[in-house]
Design a protein around this ligand. Sequence first.
Ligand code: UD1
Length: 417
Amino acid sequence: MPKLLINGGRSLQGQVTVQGAKNSALPLLAATVLCKGTSYIHNCPKLSDVYASINILKYLGCKCTFVNNSVSVDTSTLVCRRIPDRLMLKMRSSVIFLGAILGRCGNAVISSPGGCELGPRPIDLHISALRRMGVIVKEKHGFIEFDAPNGLMGAEINLSFASVGATENIILAAVTASGTTVIHNAAKEPEICDLADFLNSCGARVNGVGSDTITIYGVNKLKCTSHTVISDRIVAATYMAATAITGGEIVLNDAIASHLTAVNSVFEEAGCIVKCIGKKIHFKAPKRLSSVPKIRTTIHPGFPTDAGPLILAMLTLSCGTSIIIENIFENRFRYVDELKRLGANIKVEGRVAVVEGVRSLSSASCKCTDLRGGAALVIAGLAANGTTIIDDIYHIKRGYEKIDYNLSLLGADVKEI
Ligand code: UD1
């Protein structure tokens, strides 16, 4: 099994280009199913989750190529409407294919997505919204069958929580449904806007993304298009947190500052200097990081849950006490025990983590428990004295393209072994 080996203690300096956003690329690849013909998705990061999506597309009968961060998907040969267990289980986000397959074929079968490393991740909101759109849902032998015998119909949908995945699935199902769909309390994440931009350039009519209410006027069919994935705000936050904890100074290229407002204000509270100029972010760490009294994860444009582990890792070396309250996932702090192996002083009580900053971290062997928890270990390892060995890095590969190479470019001593 590959591991990451980090000789800590070097401050990050230089420039790095932020990869395309995983959380945009996955729904965009699913959305190509709605367009008969060949679509092109550029700036697609090379990640195991992206390969998992391509494998689903191929299983459905599509022809895909992935060259130089560009994926072409020819869906004219799509024959299958079922995603088997082995492909569903590779990635929880495969549930995002549901809306697209339903929109294209009128029926779909997926296996129950089940739990994941962040706790149970039900799809009840997806299912109840689809029911309102005329879909009959039956659960059998671990599979869920979705069928719209009279076609998908536009509906008024009130989400009890602004779920990212449910909002995406509803949009995908609604773009070619008959009539108008209105989503109240919709998710406002930038990746939803990216999905709508793609669909609208295919001829869809999706209005209001980025606000609480999204209106989708159904159209007969979508044409194919080329689309460039937006840059990954969580990866940008990762490089900034790594720079902050190592006392460095970097420039991020291809970053979208407006997607990072809440994260950047936390960096500033910790004493970092963040200057956004066009698509560049100039980032400088202070001599010693300050603690941040309270951070609450919430829906966009608030502080994102995915950035919680990165900031928590950074704050282990701050001066004082910081508190992070996790409001989205109930089991997000599993990586904390691994961080403690490096000498971090953190207490977790339910959804609250209290970080007492320490003067230094020391190297250890540790294991990734999930994607962003793995990134947190990398951040801490970069600042720890000695050689940190991180195991189970397949979690990290789900979301970071060439993290070892990019950190090495910034002067870190990181190797995959
Ligand atoms: C997406 C992101 C993930 C991010 C999360 C929150 C992708 C591929 N993943 O995940 O990185 O951490 O948004 O910003 O884009 N919930 C229900 N019932 C549902 C749906 C969700 O109870 O039907 C709950 C979940 O269990 C969770 C919360 O709502 O506690 C947030 O889930 P959701 O916004 O749907 O996140 P994902 O789309 O899974």
